[in-house]
Design a protein around this ligand. Structure first.
Ligand code: ASP
Length: 440
């Protein structure tokens, strides 16, 4: 049995959190590889070390640089002092200071949060330290290069029984010897890669919530936690805005079938959420989760006899493609077709798109509306159940919420409904009540 454990920034924000993390690691000798983030926020008003590093980089030639640098140093020193460690990062800080002053790149600077935290944690728990720059390779766009990484990392891990490997960064894969990071929150990706390359049985991702919740707690008071979710369900929910895990974190482990367990550092006794490829665990409810987003626009196109015009859809979509716009959904009727897009991206090209569609397909009418919210009701349990749609729309109708769009994919994994922005919260409450509260 081998577990890879990743700890997020809030799990390592101060000395007290370091103690909890150490206890968690020591409680199970199978927890052999540890991937830390940089120290995060200690409270709501606090600033993450990564953000301080970004600030330091952009202020490197300004008067307040030394103060910002001191603040970063202070974060680590406080942890060392409060833990009573006989350890110093002074030399590391002197090197980083010099490198910044010599104009070293942005990625190097922001990655130091994880690097230093990795050194500190390794020393505190008595594990070896493996610098991510020696074992992780990332391309310029921030994507993990598995061909270069895997042999390096597999070899390094086989040489260390217990090790800390900092998250978030690696070396650029072009031989330039420069540090390259993943996008923000990328330590989740590092942890997933380490799990894959160590052939782990489980990837534990420790954070400050007890797993994924069925719905957004800002809308639903104390929503239930999701016990087991499949990768596919998670993709649907994450796409619609349910946070917790970096969206690229599932790919490395998914490719080799390793489950992820989201756990809470502050409540290790909670089971958290298991993310799995497939499961015979019956979900507690027909639906696994609800997520949604506001801010979509609809472009409705009408033309008599549209249906018999071959290539109509392609020509319309070509116009969107020409302006670099991706579309979310495309419900259609016989002589109508609606394209749903993200309003923010769309407004920049609104009039170009309209004239482009006119030129491309000569429609009778184009109509724009901009206040659509999309809600995804996701659940592997829907496949085996009848009446899910009936229940969903009854719940919305009871609340007098008008449904503007419906989309159910053939996978029967989700139903997407579009409602006006003002009904967004009420719609989610109605769905939660119907499927979760009333089923219990
Ligand atoms: N520290 C980095 C961030 O704040 C990466 C991470 O925490 O995963 O984005």
């Amino acid at each position: 049995m081998l577990k890879v454990v990743k700890f997020g920034g809030s799990s390592l924000a101060d000395a007290g959190q370091f103690k909890k993390v150490s206890n968690i690691i020591k409680a199970d000798p199978n927890r052999r590889y540890v991937v830390p983030s940089a120290p995060g926020k200690r409270n709501k008003e606090d600033t993450k070390v990564t953000d301080l590093l970004i600030l330091a980089y952009s202020h490197k030639n300004e008067a307040d640089f030394e103060d910002i640098f001191k603040e970063i140093r202070g974060r680590y020193q406080a942890i060392i002092d409060e833990l009573g460690m006989d350890y110093s990062l002074d030399e590391e800080f002197a090197k980083i200071h010099e490198n910044i002053k010599n104009g070293i790149g942005f990625d190097y600077v922001v990655s130091r949060g994880e690097y230093l935290n990795g050194l500190l944690l390794a020393n505190y728990i008595g594990f070896d330290f493996i610098d991510a720059a020696d074992v992780i390779r990332i391309d310029e766009s921030g994507a993990y290069d598995d061909k270069q990484t895997d042999p390096l990392l597999e070899k390094a891990l086989s040489e260390h029984e217990y090790a800390v490997i900092p998250g978030f960064y690696g070396l650029r894969n072009d031989g330039s010897n420069e540090i390259q990071t993943f996008s923000r929150g990328g330590s989740d990706v590092s942890g997933s890669i380490v799990a894959k390359c160590s052939n782990a049985n489980l990837y534990e991702n420790w954070t400050d919530v007890s797993g994924f919740l069925v719905a957004d707690p800002r809308i639903i008071h104390k929503p239930q936690a999701i016990q087991t979710i499949t990768y596919a369900e998670l993709r649907e929910l994450s796409y619609m805005g349910a946070g917790v895990l970096h969206e690229n974190a599932i790919f490395p482990v998914r490719s080799v079938g390793i489950p992820i367990n989201i756990k809470n550092t502050n409540r290790p006794q909670d089971p958290g959420t298991m993310i799995v490829e497939s499961t015979v665990h019956r979900p507690d409810h027909v639906i696994t989760g609800i997520a949604g987003k506001k801010g979509f626009a609809t472009v409705s196109i009408e033309k008599d006899m549209m249906n018999s015009e071959i290539g109509f859809g392609r020509k319309v979509l070509q116009v969107f493609e020409d302006y670099g716009l991706s579309f979310e959904h495309m419900p259609s009727g016989i002589d109508t077709m609606t394209i749903i897009v993200n309003t923010k991206d769309f407004v920049k090209h609104e009039q170009d798109v309209i004239s482009g569609i006119h030129r491309a397909v000569h429609p009778d009418r184009i109509d724009l509306e901009s206040d659509l919210a999309l809600i995804a009701v996701v659940g592997r349990g829907m496949k085996a159940n009848r009446g899910t749609a009936a229940k969903l729309f009854t719940a919305l109708a009871k609340e007098k919420i008008n449904v503007k769009m419906i989309d159910q994919g053939s996978s029967e994994l989700n139903i997407i409904v579009g409602v006006r922005n003002i009904y967004f919260e009420d719609a989610i409450k109605a769905i939660y009540n119907a499927f979760i509260v009333e089923e219990d």
